[in-house]
Design a binder for this molecule. Structure first.
Ligand SMILES: Nc1ncnc2c1ncn2[C@@H]1O[C@H](COP(=O)(O)OP(=O)(O)O)[C@@H](O)[C@H]1O
Ligand SMILES: [Mg+2]
Length: 324
């Protein structure tokens, strides 16, 4: 499916790739295009180093979906990862020994240290969970575009539905075991505590939202991942890995944007000519690998002389993104 068809027909589009390649720019440009085609569009940044507001030229209060002034049908949201941590703190750092105020219970030592079950990047993870939960609730958006974090984080995000539900499952089990044990021990010592009851509910709710989101993310009639890259050897290697991860997680994807290409121009300086030669050599490799072997649609985007931000330049970029 070509990018314009994706933006017109699907419900979730994720832009991912290395930092600085142009994910936010391409995601913003696509969001503007889709909104102008009449799709009620929400663009969400899950990158902890936000730049979505800067790109669109609007101020985005963290965690609050904000209508983008001057563009009908477009809402933007930057997720505040820090805010979510507090909400979930306490879910994972359960210390049975401290909880009941006694120590030296031999069998307690065998219990897994629950805090070690924290998946890596818990803050972004929780931020993303909020997003997954949000998109699984009632809303009026036809299309949700994700401006994702750099590759490493994106992959973690993609792994979430599996790693996280596994992790939550473990905690749920452990909590149940502990609950029974706590009950017995506490009554022995005459103690009383209801700690953990509500967190169990939150974890269960999250688990369900993640599983539903996973279904949506892997449904080619609903979602697609768009890879953004530049024409360099390192980016080729990284993209190859990313494509393999996408296969592993069953995330549909058919488009790769090759951004920041020097165009043929007789006025190019020696330095730029050399850059162009390097890029063209890699572009041939990209065509060979990703178009021929992986059967991806390649979208070539030139390097513009000016920064691409705010409405007009972003709108202009969409002409390049959609013409392929
Ligand atoms: N094709 C392009 N031509 C010129 N500048 C570009 C192009 N694509 C992106 N940029 C600029 O590069 C910078 C990084 O882009 P950004 O979209 O923020 O990258 P990412 O989100 O991948 O980190 C921005 O200042 C953006 O304006
Ligand atoms: Mg970005």
């Amino acid at each position: 499916m070509l990018l314009d068809e994706i933006l017109l027909n699907l419900n979730m589009v994720l832009f991912g790739g290395k930092g600085g390649v142009g994910k936010t720019t391409c995601a913003s440009s696509s969001a503007i295009w889709a909104a102008e085609q009449g799709r009620n569009t929400l663009i969400i940044s899950t990158d902890p180093a936000h730049s979505l507001g800067d790109s669109l030229g609007v101020s985005l209060p963290p965690g609050i979906p904000t209508a983008v002034p001057g563009i009908a049908n477009l809402t933007a949201l930057e997720i505040n990862s820090q805010a979510n941590i507090t909400e979930f703190q306490g879910l994972t750092n359960i210390n049975p020994i401290e909880d009941i105020g006694i120590s030296n219970i031999p069998f307690m030592e065998d219990l897994t240290d629950l805090s070690s079950m924290n998946p890596p990047g818990i803050d972004e993870t929780l931020a993303l969970l909020k997003v997954l939960e949000f998109i699984e609730t009632e809303h009026d958006f036809d299309l949700i575009i994700f401006d994702t974090a750099p590759t490493g984080h994106t992959l973690r995000f993609l792994g979430l539905p599996e790693t996280l539900s596994g992790w939550i499952g473990k905690i749920l089990k452990m909590k149940m075991k502990l609950g029974t044990m706590f009950g017995a021990i506490k009554s022995m010592f005459g103690g009383e505590s209801n700690k953990g009851d509500q967190s169990l509910e939150i974890l269960e709710r999250l688990n369900e939202a993640i599983l539903r989101a996973k279904e949506d993310l892997t449904d080619p009639l609903k979602s697609s991942f768009v890879v953004v890259m530049i024409s360099e050897e390192m980016a080729i290697l990284e993209t190859e890995r990313l494509l393999n991860e996408l296969v592993n997680y069953h995330i549909p994807n058919s488009n790769i944007i090759i951004n920041q290409l020097y165009e043929a121009n007789s006025e190019l300086c020696e330095f730029c000519k050399a850059r162009r030669r390097m890029q063209q050599k890699n572009l041939n490799k990209i065509k060979e690998r990703f178009r021929k072997n992986w059967n991806k649609n390649l979208i070539e985007v030139p390097l513009f002389k000016d920064e691409i931000r705010e409405y007009l330049p972003l709108k202009n970029l969409s002409n390049y993104l959609m013409k392929n």
